[in-house]
Design a protein around this ligand. Structure first.
Ligand SMILES: C[S@@+](CC[C@H](N)C(=O)[O-])C[C@H]1O[C@@H](n2cnc3c(N)ncnc32)[C@H](O)[C@@H]1O
Length: 250
């Protein structure tokens, strides 16, 4: 197993990356994407508190808090949280600087969610299991834990190949390199193009299988309620490249 010391620190800890985040991920700030995400999550929010793990700059939490009221956000990057604070003049998102595998802000939540592939930022299986256990610790019985994440695309690889392009556009080139299929590590190579300038980053992730997520949920005392392919509740099939899964605390 790789140790945590084998990996570069999460790129979002950098003030430069944090300041560029909203612009670099503009397609995920698209109004239609946000509306689909927020209405799905708002449907699951009940009377208890709502918490976003790895809240970042508030892409989802800020619009969701307009629907469900003040909510909590946890993130371990102060620069990302500074960006969120600057946008949240009304203080709708109660911020906690901490690690989503260990930081506990309440024990009676109706909804905890972790979006945009971020379960994979935890680069060992043990950390991913700890994240599920921490989500369960926040939830009241019957509460929901939601994860949005990609499905590993190893089926796209021809024998001997290790690179899958996932975005080829005038302003961004992205390639996933499956560098370690034993420990399930991939490196996402990004080339952000701005005129003559190119910003390059190559963060690493631990990709995770849908059935493995369900087992992590079982270990944490939660059970799968449903798995969709996307926020629009389209069917999840063997061809789906992404998933939105909901587990309930028993
Ligand atoms: C891709 S961004 C997603 C931000 C936001 N959820 C969104 O959808 O735009 C990943 C975020 O995860 C945070 N993060 C990564 N590992 C974390 C951990 N162990 N605990 C808390 N935050 C973490 C990073 O600081 C970063 O803000």
């Amino acid at each position: 197993m790789p140790s945590l010391d084998d990996f570069a620190p999460d790129a979002h800890l950098s003030p430069v990356v944090a300041a560029a985040y909203d612009k670099s991920h503009a397609s995920n700030f698209d109004a239609a994407v946000i509306e689909a995400t927020v209405s799905f999550l708002a449907d699951l929010a009940d009377d208890g508190p709502v918490i976003e793990f790895a809240v970042g700059t508030g892409r989802v939490a800020l619009p969701l808090s307009q629907r469900v009221g003040p909510m909590y956000g946890i993130d371990f990057s102060e620069p990302m949280l500074d960006e969120l604070r600057a946008k949240d003049e009304a203080g709708q998102v109660r911020i906690t600087h901490g690690d989503m595998t260990t930081t506990l802000v309440c024990g009676d939540a109706s909804l905890v969610y972790l979006v945009y592939n971020t379960i994979q930022n935890l680069r060992t299986q043990a950390q991913q299991v700890a994240c599920f256990r921490n989500a369960a610790a926040h939830l009241a019985p019957g509460g929901a834990f939601v994860i949005e994440t990609m499905v590993p695309e190893l089926r796209k690889l021809a024998p001997g190949e290790r690179i899958v392009p996932f975005d080829v556009s005038p302003t961004h080139l992205g390639f996933d390199e499956y560098v370690d299929v034993v420990n399930q590590i991939l490196v996402s190579h990004h080339y952000h193009i701005d005129g003559e300038r190119v910003r390059v980053s190559s963060p690493s992730f631990r990709y995770v299988w849908p059935s493995e997520l369900d087992l992590m949920a079982e270990l944490a005392g939660m059970r799968l309620e449903h798995r969709w392919a996307d926020w629009d509740r389209s069917d999840f099939t063997g061809e789906s490249s992404s998933q939105v899964a909901v587990w309930r605390k028993l």
